[in-house]
Design a protein around this ligand. Structure first.
Ligand SMILES: [Zn+2]
Length: 160
């Protein structure tokens, strides 16, 4: 399997309204992969589009759809975090104050060798909850796992 290069000239990409869509393997996302428990169930797809001068500056739109298999911090079982993220970036060699004023738009430094995979990994690391837990109440399902000492059991020992 040959992997398409994810290195782009982000300014030209924006101005020429280029498009790139692909899926990423966890091998391409090494920092994220450290947080995952099941790499086979993890899927990351993205679409990057140059949007010309939509915001008066060359800009990019990025959509990331990801299923990330992580550990639930309540029951310590595997769970999937589904993310559908959208970003707009202004591309410029100097920082744009407009980007700071508008929470919706981020600034990307003009770079003729920008690594799209790295950008996606950064955004996923920011979007991933610090302590993900199942949407349902999973705490009662795994009480017999015995990994964690029950604090009340320890107290009982003291009272006796
Ligand atoms: Zn859980």
């Amino acid at each position: 399997m040959t992997q398409k290069s994810l290195i782009i000239n982000n300014l030209e990409f924006a101005i020429n309204r280029l498009k790139l869509s692909d899926s990423l393997t966890t091998a391409q996302l090494p920092r994220l992969a450290e947080l995952l428990v099941n790499q086979e169930k993890t899927h990351v797809q993205f679409q990057l589009s140059g949007t010309g001068k939509q915001f008066r500056q060359p800009s990019l739109h990025l959509n990331i759809k990801a299923n990330l298999a992580v550990t639930c911090q309540r029951c310590l079982d595997e769970m999937l975090v589904n993310l559908n993220l959208n970003f707009d970036y202004l591309v410029s060699s100097t920082e744009i104050s407009e980007a700071e004023e508008n929470d919706e738009i981020d600034w990307l430094e003009a770079n003729h060798e920008m690594d799209v995979g790295e950008l996606i990994e950064d955004e996923l690391l920011l979007a991933l909850p610090i302590a993900p837990t199942h949407a349902h109440d999973c705490s009662k399902l795994n009480t017999q796992s015995g990994d964690k000492p029950n604090p009340f059991a320890a107290l009982k020992g003291l009272i006796k």
